[in-house]
Design a protein around this ligand. Structure first.
Ligand SMILES: Nc1ncnc2c1ncn2[C@@H]1O[C@H](COP(=O)(O)OP(=O)(O)OP(=O)(O)O)[C@@H](O)[C@H]1O
Ligand SMILES: [Mg+2]
Length: 463
């Protein structure tokens, strides 16, 4: 049975469809505007979304675009009371799976459409499909993000990929440097050729040289045969020099020469050979500082950093957190075969508020752990690591007021009314969660009468 979201500002339509599909055994949620629908799409996974086109705060087509980004595998059916050629074209262009006109036939048409989707979903769970899908979902090469900062990174990847210029990727640990390097390779003309990675910090000097450049038999004790080295192995493709900031000075000189001349000499050999390798380097060190301190050669820096890409830490693009958290949830719930459908709003608030020193890797691990620990059907606050649970108390995105009383405005400003409502809603939900859904206890926690609590609870539809 499917998990369905119905979005329509006409209450009667929502009710009609909710009753119809509930009766058929589906799980149905409703939203009466785009904003509510967006929040639901952010925190839950729906098989089917049925949405009206014209709503007071946006259009179904916009919602469809948002949904495709959040959850590309969901089916999206658009319904409209005012069919026009333009909207039909917009719907199809945006990738709607169905376009249904609200007439006396609406319920029957939708019922048929949902049945078909349901059948497809059932077929999809067959072994072969599942295996392929799993590989796709666990594949590490899907870069997620919709913040302005990540969009810039995507544009950058697509611009630099077809060229052969060297790229230096910088950013804190876990921000996705390797992922970006791979994406550049995958989107280049070299994608069929090898992509080879080496962690320059993991080898002692002499070993790194022979790893990179290869050696000939007898070059040193233990060199019992010729070995080609990674530059040779990556011929025609891309060599990813990770942790370049940890490369020692003598090796830096050697690498500089190789990049300068485009030729490699294996250790112990007196012959050089030409290389055709695109070099992408990465580091989480501040190379400017390392250069100033005399630890990193400036000439090598300029050779490597023809195109610099700087990955922002996750806390500077919090808009990406819900999207990523959901994508990781989707990945791990499939791998672990758990019936978890979403993330509770208060858990999502905490995820968005936490600082993520380990960046995306830490978020990924947190979601894996949460999916493993969760016994209910949504990720709840109780399975989040303690530091994430604690994180919100000092810095909450909905409370941009700092300890010294100053307000820090995020990009694009703050919608006061919405922030206050978000906060009220978060408190109501948190209190309900903390009191196991017992309203009187939740009211006590919030120092209000049960009557007021019911008022808020109803206002925010928390039940
Ligand atoms: N934008 C993203 N979308 C999806 N997954 C991401 C994203 N960024 C990072 N990840 C995931 O987070 C993890 C860490 O990413 P990656 O290894 O690329 O980071 P890194 O910057 O190389 O970190 P380090 O400096 O510690 O080596 C990986 O599992 C990666 O798949
Ligand atoms: Mg890395």
């Amino acid at each position: 049975m499917a998990h369905i979201l119905v979005v329509d500002d006409e209450r009667s339509i929502c009710e009609l469809l909710e009753i119809t599909f509930r009766k058929e055994g589906h799980r149905v949620e409703v939203a009466s505007n785009c904003e509510t629908a967006r929040r639901k799409l952010e925190s839950q996974i729906f098989d089917i979304v049925i949405s009206d086109i014209r709503m007071p705060d946006g259009t179904g087509v916009e919602l469809l675009q948002f949904c495709k980004e959040m959850s590309p595998s969901s089916y999206f059916l658009l319904i409209t009371g005012v069919p026009t050629v333009e909207t039909a074209i917009a719907a199809i262009n945006a990738g709607a799976d169905r376009y249904v006109i609200k007439d006396h036939d609406l319920v029957d048409q939708l019922r048929r459409a949902v049945r078909q989707v349901d059948e497809t979903l059932r077929l999809k769970t067959e072994a072969g499909y599942l295996r392929r899908e799993l590989r796709r979902l666990t594949g590490q090469d899907n870069i997620i993000g919709h913040s302005a900062k990540m969009r810039e990174i995507f544009d950058m990847i697509m611009t630099v990929a077809p060229q052969t210029s060297r790229v230096l990727i910088t950013g804190e640990t876990g921000t996705g440097k390797e992922l970006v390097a791979r994406a550049i390779h995958e989107n280049s003309a070299r994608s069929k050729e090898p992509f080879i990675t080496i962690n320059c910090g993991a080898f002692p000097e002499s070993l790194l040289e022979s790893e990179l450049f290869g050696y000939v038999k007898g070059a040193f004790t233990g060199a019992s045969e010729n070995r080609q080295g990674l530059f040779r192995g990556a011929h025609g493709g891309t060599l990813f020099l990770d942790e370049i900031g940890n490369m020692g000075p003598p090796m830096q000189v050697k690498l500089f020469r190789v990049l300068q001349e485009g030729k490699v000499r294996p250790v112990g050999s007196n012959e050089e050979y030409e290389i055709d390798v695109r070099v992408i380097a990465a580091t989480n060190k501040d190379l400017d500082k390392a250069i100033a301190a005399g630890e990193f050669r400036e000439d090598l820096f300029y050779r490597l950093s023809v195109i610099p890409i700087q990955l922002p830490p996750l806390r500077e693009r919090r808009e990406d957190i819900p999207l990523m958290a959901r994508a990781f949830l989707e990945r791990f719930r499939k791998v672990m075969e758990k019936p978890i459908e979403g993330i509770s709003p208060s858990a999502m608030n905490l995820l968005e508020a936490y600082d993520w020193p380990g960046n995306v890797r830490e978020l990924e691990n947190t979601m894996e752990r949460s999916v493993a620990l969760e016994t209910g059907n949504v990720i709840s606050v109780s399975v989040l690591p303690e530091k994430v649970q604690r994180g919100a108390s000092h810095e909450n995105p909905m409370r941009p007021i700092q300890d010294n009383g100053q307000v820090q405005f995020p990009e694009g400003g703050i919608d006061l009314e919405k922030s206050v409502q978000d906060m009220e809603r978060a408190y109501i939900l948190a209190a309900l969660e903390a009191s196991d859904g017992v309203g009187t206890r939740a009211a006590e926690l919030l120092k209000m009468t049960y009557r007021s609590f019911r008022h808020y609870s109803k206002k925010y539809n928390t039940r």
